[in-house]
Write a protein that binds this ligand. Structure first.
Ligand code: NDP
Length: 283
């Protein structure tokens, strides 16, 4: 079997065209969706992510603001800025790029964002709403994965879904979404015994470990849908996922590549959350 490649760039482009139309409709009513991105420090990867987010906003016709601070900035300064943005009617979404420098209490910073503007969906109030099945904002990466499944006509109902990784930003919300879509969900982590036993049962396998090419063909059930969230940099500078793409695509029925899979969808769903926040305000 040769897997269907689920193309994140193509799906992102399709969704972003729709977002642009919806943003124009809002702008015609006097509201332009607005995203504020706060960046603290000089981490090279974070700078690239923030630049990509701001560019994506511009292309979709959104207003965006990038607020940068040097690494030694006091937490209080950032908290005051968040309070200002919480009250700013031009801003519908606020995002603090993680990781923050060590002297920051990241939880306190994320908590300071008004839940109605928390487009990453990391605030405890939004996590709670997601768990209760009434999400206000769905964390962008798992939201993107669900879009892949919907676009490819893959209904999780009744399927065995196995997730590798239990982080707050990927594994846990992914499990909630797949469970709410009526899959039977197993979450694996570094203490899981006999990982291949679990992965080989999966009709839908989501890899979010951060371990280059960890998932081999022998770990995958023939015909499974394999979603690769991982982003790993190889010694030669190239990017690869958590899945051994070539051999696994001979076994799976559908697979996301890295790069060009989940990555472009994550930023796309950030736009979706910002747009939804603006639409809610106008409604
Ligand atoms: P974390 O490091 O927060 O979590 C990794 C998880 O994988 C943990 O739950 C850990 O288990 C588990 N794990 C690690 N090693 C093993 C192992 N050998 N066997 C089983 N489980 C293991 O990572 P994130 O969730 O933040 O990110 C995961 C990957 O996804 C990274 O590569 C990251 O770069 C990428 N990513 C990609 C995004 C995108 O847009 N495409 C967005 C976000 C992340 P334990 O809890 O026991 O430590």
């Amino acid at each position: 079997m040769t897997a269907k490649i689920l193309d994140g760039n193509a799906l992102a482009q399709k969704l972003r065209a729709d977002f642009k139309t919806r943003a124009e409709a809002l702008a015609a009513r006097g509201t332009r969706p607005g995203l504020a991105v706060i960046l603290v420090g000089e981490d090279a990867a974070s700078q690239v992510y923030v630049r990509n987010k701001v560019n994506a906003c511009a292309q979709a016709g959104f207003h965006s603001e990038k607020i940068s601070y040097p690494p030694e900035v006091e937490a209080q300064v950032v908290l005051e800025k968040i309070a200002e943005l919480n009250a700013d009617p031009k801003i519908h979404g606020i995002l603090v790029q993680l990781p923050l420098p060590k002297h920051f209490d990241s939880d306190a910073v994320l908590k300071a964002i008004a839940p109605a503007k928390d487009v990453d969906g990391f605030h405890a109030e939004n996590v709670g709403a997601l768990v209760q099945g009434q999400p206000r904002f769905i964390p962008c990466t798992p939201y993107g994965v669900m879009q892949f499944l919907a676009d490819a006509g893959i209904d999780p109902k009744g399927k065995e879904a196995v997730i590798l990784g239990r982080s707050n930003i990927v594994g846990k919300p992914m499990a909630m979404l797949l469970m709410q879509a009526s899959a039977t969900v197993t979450i694996c982590h570094s203490q899981t015994r006999d990982l291949p036993f679990h992965t080989r049962r999966a009709d839908i396998l989501v890899a979010a470990l951060g371990r280059a090419r960890f998932v081999t063909a022998e770990m995958v059930k023939p015909g499974a849908v394999v979603i690769d969230v991982g982003i790993n940099r190889l010694p030669d500078g190239k990017l690869c996922g958590d899945v051994d793409f070539g051999p696994v695509s001979e076994v799976a029925s559908a697979i996301t590549p890295v790069p060009g899979g989940v990555g472009p969808m994550t930023i796309t769903m950030l736009l979706a959350n910002t747009l939804e926040a603006a639409e809610r305000e106008v409604a």
